[in-house]
Design a protein around this ligand. Structure first.
Ligand code: ATP
Ligand code: MG
Length: 231
């Protein structure tokens, strides 16, 4: 079992008159190496769930285990979560900030206490994995790249952490159809070539039916359905 979510509840502004329950006693299990499509209307709780899976939010109650490791432990260092769970946010180009592509991708692994050779090796491998030629792109400014290329850099930065679980929150938002297919094909390839669990959020059931092995449908903070795309 790679991801186990047990009775997860989250209330924004808990204890305040305007408190709102965004996750309502959610439980599910995702198998190792699965490809999960997370679908739901706006406001259904997808991003709130994703932020819990990455340790950005701590549950009001409940627990999340990633390969047996409790990532909801309140004393846990965020780096311990980042090593296991990588996240590519919606519009990840806003996460790019270093002056070169190489430095941007090296930033995450640079916090893991690895030696220079290992960091450099990870940068090269992850650029290759996302289809960016190392020599061509390493010294370019991330700001000078196309939308699709920027997303590749952001994805490479997360892959370079060697996560067990990769989460992408609407990774194709705002891209044209060509750019969308490119990113979807890349994610499919990453899943095929690596032993990695993928969780991809989207508004589009059509896209998810083509990509995912398991679909989770959220509605008003609850899991309305979990099963295969065919079901
Ligand atoms: P979208 O598809 O629009 O991205 P979503 O499924 O990701 O939607 P969430 O962002 O998780 O939905 O929101 C779930 C619920 O929590 C909504 O009712 C929303 O209004 C509420 N919510 C989200 N963020 C906050 C916040 N920072 N403070 C208070 N309530 C919030
Ligand atoms: Mg969202």
């Amino acid at each position: 079992m790679s991801v186990i979510v047990k009775n997860l509840t989250y209330i924004y502004d808990e204890g305040m008159p305007f408190a709102s329950k965004a996750l309502d006693d959610i439980s599910f299990e995702i198998k190792d190496n699965d490809f999960v499509g997370l679908i739901g209307h706006t406001g259904s709780g997808k991003s709130t769930l994703i932020q819990h899976l990455n340790g950005l939010l701590k549950p009001s109650s409940g627990q999340i285990l990633v390969n047996g490791f409790d990532i909801t432990d309140k004393d846990l260092n965020l780096t311990e979560i980042r090593k296991r769970v990588g996240i590519v946010f919606q519009y990840p180009e806003y996460q790019l900030f270093e002056e070169t592509v190489e430095k941007d991708i090296a930033f995450g692994p640079g916090n893991l206490g690895l030696d220079e050779a290992e960091i450099s090796d990870r940068v090269k491998k992850s650029m290759e994995a996302v289809g960016l030629d190392y020599e061509t792109y390493k010294d370019k400014s991330p700001f000078d790249l196309s939308g699709g290329q920027k997303r590749r850099v952001a994805i490479a930065g997360v892959i370079a952490m060697n996560p067990e679980v990769l989460i992408l929150d609407e990774p194709t938002a705002g891209l044209d159809p060509g750019g969308r297919d490119e990113i979807f094909n890349l994610i499919k390839k990453l899943h095929r070539d690596n032993n990695i669990t993928i969780i991809l959020s989207s508004h589009s059931m059509d896209d998810m039916a083509k990509l995912a092995q398991t679909i989770i449908v959220m509605n008003h903070g609850k899991i309305e359905f979990m099963g295969t795309p065919r079901e």
